[in-house]
Ligand binder design. Structure first.
Ligand code: RET
Length: 269
């Protein structure tokens, strides 16, 4: 597909990718630094957050490079006549990070081992199916009916994931203690709100006639979606892991901030 973008359009995508790289890098550093504040039994979820943003950092560096290589600046416009822009990086990224994000949510709940394993297997299969089925449609032409067909096929496992998170996991979430329950509810709504952005971005080339606008909007929406679904989601998971660590009475070794916590714990007792 040959595309011509104005300077503003090209830069909007360029700067979005740059913003994502900075966000993923900062999130990676932060998750690694705060890890010791979480009790060992709740650390796995934070470790997974670090992996997710680390994988995304790498892929966005490649996406950024691919975007720059795909266009040449001629007569005040960016013409797509270089190496084709590789949409595959995004899908490989999702293939790795979406199952990890779902695993974070399941692991931080600390359910019975059997339930955890069954959830992990089913959610991973559904996530892989959702992304693998979406890819052929993503690289199909805007007016190709394959786009719609693959998109619908990919929506089936997507709906299954939402069913598991909202219906099956509903009871386990209700059983969690007060503060943790509120955070978990927030987490599930963050998933609903942010993951919902992806199918909409996917449909844009078929919905908008101007393909330059559609491409810019799609790339910007996917980028924002990734910042909300990875670093923001990771922060909420961290908050849950910290709340659970506090409930379990964990104090970070060598921490000086624990004095006031001890006082408030005494007051509660
Ligand atoms: C596709 C194809 C069209 C139909 C649907 C899709 C859903 C994609 C989703 C992606 C989520 C990605 C995340 C990345 C995070 O870091 C594949 C666009 C339903 C939900 C959460």
């Amino acid at each position: 597909m040959e595309l011509t973008l104005s300077e503003t359009q090209f830069n909007l995508v360029y700067n979005s990718f740059s913003f994502v790289i900075a966000s993923m890098g900062a999130a990676l550093l932060y998750f690694l630094l705060v890890r010791s504040r979480v009790a060992p039994q709740h650390r796995m979820a934070v470790t997974l957050s670090s992996l997710v943003v680390g994988i995304a950092l790498y892929h966005y560096i490649r996406i950024f490079g691919s975007w720059n290589d795909a266009f040449t600046f001629t007569n005040g416009e960016y013409v797509q006549d270089g190496t084709p822009f590789n949409e595959g990086y995004r899908y490989v990224d999702w293939l790795l990070t979406v199952p990890l994000l779902l695993a974070e949510l399941v692991i931080v709940l600390k359910l019975a081992k059997k339930t955890t394993n069954s959830l992990l297997v089913r959610l991973t299969i559904a996530a892989v199916a959702m992304i693998a089925l979406g890819y052929p449609g993503e690289i199909a032409a805007a007016d190709d009916s394959a786009r719609t067909i693959w998109g619908i096929a990919s929506t089936i496992p997507f709906l299954y994931i939402l069913y598991v998170l909202f219906v099956e996991l509903g009871k386990s979430v209700q059983r969690q203690s007060g503060g943790v329950k509120t955070l978990l509810d927030a987490l599930r709504y963050v998933i609903l709100a942010t993951w919902g952005v992806y199918p909409i971005a996917y449909m844009l080339p078929s919905l908008i006639d101007n393909q330059a606008n559609a491409e810019v909007a799609r790339q910007v929406m996917y980028s924002l979606g990734d910042v909300l679904a990875k670093p923001l989601f990771g922060l909420l998971v961290l908050a849950i892991a910290l709340a659970k660590s506090r409930e379990d009475g964990y104090v970070e070794p060598g921490s000086t901030a624990s004095a006031s916590d001890d006082v408030s714990e005494l007051a509660e007792a």
